[in-house]
Design a protein around this ligand. Structure first.
Ligand SMILES: [Zn+2]
Ligand SMILES: [Zn+2]
Length: 123
């Protein structure tokens, strides 16, 4: 007979918080190409060691440290990725192309290089 040493509602709530924050951080970090596995593991691990405040602290830390920038929709798989990536972090397909003149990156459907102004429509 257990004598009430474990508070199941709190334990389950803590693990659920850890898993939900791990899932959210994993998705967001993956789109930003920013160590999704490490952040997700940190959420679950802190829930098991610190308690319910652990994953919340990890999420707060993640929000401070994550790469900032607009999220765009991948034209291949329709998932979100941060604007400065050349390849989609979800499906691995190119979401940018190289300018032939200045070799900077531009949007896949751009007709004019935003860096040097070269037209690409004839390629
Ligand atoms: Zn994609
Ligand atoms: Zn260019």
């Amino acid at each position: 007979m257990e004598s009430g040493g474990t508070n199941w509602p709190i334990l389950i709530g803590t693990i659920a918080t850890g898993l939900v924050s791990a899932w959210w951080v994993f998705r967001d970090a993956r789109g930003r190409d920013h160590n999704p596995v490490i952040w997700a593991v940190a959420c679950v691990f802190s829930a098991l060691t610190v308690g319910i405040l652990g994953p919340l602290a990890v999420v707060a830390g993640y929000l401070l440290l994550r790469p900032r920038g607009a999220l765009l929709i991948c034209p291949h798989c329709s998932k979100k990725y941060i604007h400065n990536l050349a390849y989609c972090p979800h499906c691995g397909k190119p979401v940018k192309k190289d300018c032939l003149k200045c070799h900077d990156l531009m949007d896949l459907d751009a007709e004019v290089c935003p860096h040097c102004g070269m037209r690409t429509s004839q390629i």
